[in-house]
Design a protein around this ligand. Structure first.
Ligand code: BV8
Length: 234
């Protein structure tokens, strides 16, 4: 197969929606009933750590039993078959991309199934609740937090992401509303690099007109179709 262009993919909550993980801004979305300022900022954790930990404990419990869907599996197939540079950046904090087999993966907003200590820096995989639990390393309480990037915190891997975008030939954004920065600006970096840009979403996102191409429909249907097209195109 001819050498492929460098491919960068950004996913958001929409790719996990059909696996039963609620999106953030859809009907019944996660933030409903919760203001970002009350549950997803360092200030919220400093003011009321138990409330923040209960919000994340409820989301972590929701992840038990959810499975990757056809869109996650299609992206794992694409990675395995792509003989050019490939990077899958996800804003999601679930583990569905890994469970589907993705490896060239970067969780820019962290991982809900990891915890870290806000006092001593300890961190590890964590599948249980965090509310009321002392840090296993330093013993402090409250101290443990979910290992995710809150609003006003710096996302993970930005240097690696910017380098990949500046060198990419194809950029796809899948299931993201384009409302959260800096992820919402990635399409601009890709366009400046001369990449072809495509959005795959249930409906046009906030930044839809910044993409050269868009495909509308549920991810579990349009992502496998797009992947098969790419792989057949040779
Ligand atoms: C930063 C982890 C500085 C936690 C998340 C004041 C101070 C500081 C910063 C700011 C500020 N004001 C604004 C900002 C910037 C801020 C921001 O963007 N705010 C927004 C609200 C305006 N950003 C930050 O604070 C970021 N940090 O700016 O630091 C900096 C940065 C760079 C360099 C130097 C300094 C940190 C943001 C990270 C926040 N953490 N998550 C957690 O999960 O609890 S963000 C959260 O939103 C999730 O990660 C989620 O993925 C993400 C984005 O949402 P989406 O994934 O797009 O999900 P959404 O529900 O919105 O949309 C779903 C989409 O799916 C829709 O389009 C829908 O149509 C589609 N869909 C639905 N079903 C399907 C589907 N598509 C296909 N098929 C389906 N079946």
């Amino acid at each position: 197969m001819a050498d492929r262009p460098a491919l960068v993919i950004l996913t958001g909550a929409g790719i996990s929606a059909e696996s039963g993980v609620p999106t953030f801004r859809g009907g019944g979305g996660l933030w409903e009933g919760h203001r970002i300022e009350d549950v997803a900022t360092p200030g919220a954790f400093a003011r009321d750590p138990e409330r923040v930990l209960r919000f994340y404990d409820a989301r972590r419990r929701q992840l038990a039993g959810v499975e990757p869907n056809a869109a996650h599996r299609a992206l794992a197939r694409l990675e395995a078959a792509w003989d050019g540079p490939f990077l899958l950046i996800t804003q999601n904090v679930d583990h569905l991309h890994e469970q589907a087999g993705s490896r060239k993966l970067l969780h820019m907003h962290g991982e809900l199934l990891r915890a870290r200590c806000s006092r001593c820096g300890w961190s590890d995989r964590w599948t249980g609740d965090l509310a009321g639990v002392a840090c296993p390393a330093c013993g402090r309480l409250p101290a443990l937090r979910p290992d995710v990037v809150w609003f006003e915190e710096i996302p993970i891997g930005l240097d690696r992401i910017e380098a990949a975008l500046e060198a990419c030939g194809l950029f796809a954004a899948i299931g993201t509303s384009g409302q959260v920065w800096p992820a919402a600006g990635f399409v601009e970096l890709a366009r400046r690099a001369g990449a072809h840009t495509i959005e795959l979403n249930l409906e046009p996102s906030e930044g839809s007109d910044r993409f050269a191409e868009r495909r509308l429909g549920p991810a579990s249907r349009i992502v496998p179709a797009w992947v098969e097209e790419l792989l057949v195109a040779g």
